[in-house]
Design a protein around this ligand. Structure first.
Ligand SMILES: O=C(O)Cc1cc(O)ccc1O
Ligand SMILES: [Fe+2]
Length: 402
């Protein structure tokens, strides 16, 4: 039970047997999660990763849990203030085991492969271009159908909610803009009544425990952890199709801040400053006049982690690939690559489709994120040449020009 905004979040689950009947938890060596942000020296550079590699089954079988890797983050779960970005790569379903996160909430962004997620509230099929949120404490198990990859934003101490909409949330008309909860958010429909397998596999119920960046597990429960015959309440997992986002943009001139593309936000304790925003860059029209339409060059007070679900990101046609990522730390300069700059500077400013067939996203945080050892070294996916994409930029300043 928790509160977020004006709503008390709470659900009641009616079970065949209470969850409490189980053997003691034991620490487990599983996955590669951490919230040790001092593993390696901080790196203020613009960072970009090539697509994270998905191991091949059957030689290297990984499920959703064993294929989890922490890439970057800040803060920590004990103090209930922080975030982590994880990458998951897997090829095998979680068999006879499930997971809950006692530290925080997971916003899951599948990039390749569908996830069939069984929860205590019901099942959700989550495909690339959809996202789902599994909140603190909710047990779930993930079935996959081949090589699967995606991104996770974890928040400690806050829940995701719709961003404050200000003037685009009219009292007299429906629907309000951006991600409209009334028409768009789907919750699992039915309680699961008949998943009867219990936690019989070794260490079948896994939990990353507060203060331990590791999994704990128990086995020997002879009834299903999903033994819920009915539930009611508003604290549930949910999913959202990114195509349903109502995109708002500048229709006269200038480049609007990407916070207009915020799907969900997790508020920090400082009013107006997000612990983390989940922002998308969907297909849309670009119509602004007298404007350099791609993102401007900028340095700002947020950490910007970006991923690409499909297609090409408008500011970097090459190099930033689906299944890869980038991180621009606070105050680190970044912006369109030289190709994009040249093309957009010469382009005729007619209405044009932007980002057709594409879905890029950003996890933007007011915290200063550090990268893990896996991110900088072990994953071996860091693009050492990223900085070169800006090298061809040349000065066009010519005071004699009319
Ligand atoms: O850096 C990025 O590519 C993300 C971004 C996009 C945009 O349109 C404006 C600002 C911004 O940080
Ligand atoms: Fe940016």
């Amino acid at each position: 039970m928790d509160t977020a905004g004006l709503f008390r979040l709470c659900s009641w689950l009616y079970r065949i047997l209470p969850s409490v009947c189980h053997k003691p938890f034991k620490p487990l060596k599983e996955g590669h999660l951490t919230h040790d942000w001092d593993e390696v020296e901080p790196d203020p550079n613009q960072l970009r990763w090539k697509p994270f590699e998905i191991p091949k089954a059957p030689q290297n079988k990984l499920d959703f849990v064993s294929g989890l890797h922490t890439l970057c983050g800040a803060g920590e779960p004990r103090g209930r203030n922080g975030i982590a970005v994880h990458i998951f790569v897997c090829n095998t379903s979680m068999l006879d085991r499930c997971l809950y996160n006692s530290d925080g909430d997971f916003l899951i962004v599948p990039q390749q492969g569908k996830l069939l997620i069984t929860t205590e509230f019901g099942k959700m099929l989550v495909e690339p271009n959809e996202i789902c949120v599994i909140q603190q404490g909710m047990r779930f198990s993930v079935e996959v159908f081949g090589e699967t990859r995606g991104y996770i934003l974890e928040v400690y101490g806050a829940h995701f909610e719709l961003p404050d909409l200000g003037p685009i949330d009219p009292l007299c008309q429906l629907p309000p803009g951006l991600c409209n909860v009334k028409i768009a958010i789907a919750q699992p429909l039915a309680a699961v009544t008949k998943i009867l397998r219990g936690c019989t596999a070794p260490e079948a119920l896994l939990s990353p425990l507060i203060s331990q960046p590791a999994f704990w597990g128990f086995s020997g429960q002879d009834f299903s952890p999903f033994n819920v015959v009915a539930w009611h309440g508003n604290y549930t997992p949910y999913k959202y199709h990114l195509e349903k986002f109502m995109v708002i943009n500048a229709v006269a001139f200038d480049h609007a801040d990407p916070s207009i593309f915020t799907v969900l936000t997790a508020k920090s304790t400082r009013p107006g400053v997000a612990l983390a925003d989940f922002v998308i860059f969907p297909p849309r029209w670009g119509v602004a006049n007298n404007t350099f339409r791609p993102p401007y060059y900028h340095r700002n007070c947020m950490s910007e982690f970006m991923g690409l679900i499909k297609g090409h990101y408008e500011a970097k046609e090459e190099g930033f690939q689906p299944g890869g990522a980038s991180l621009h730390s606070m105050m680190t300069p970044h912006g369109p690559d030289a190709d994009c700059f040249e093309k957009a500077s010469k382009a005729k400013l007619e209405p044009e489709r932007v980002a057709e067939g594409t879905m890029a996203f950003m996890f933007e945080s007011s915290l200063s994120m550090a990268v893990t050892k896996w991110g900088l070294q072990t994953s071996n996916r860091l693009d050492k040449n990223y900085y070169k994409c800006w090298e061809p930029l040349k000065s066009h300043f010519n005071p004699k020009c009319k």
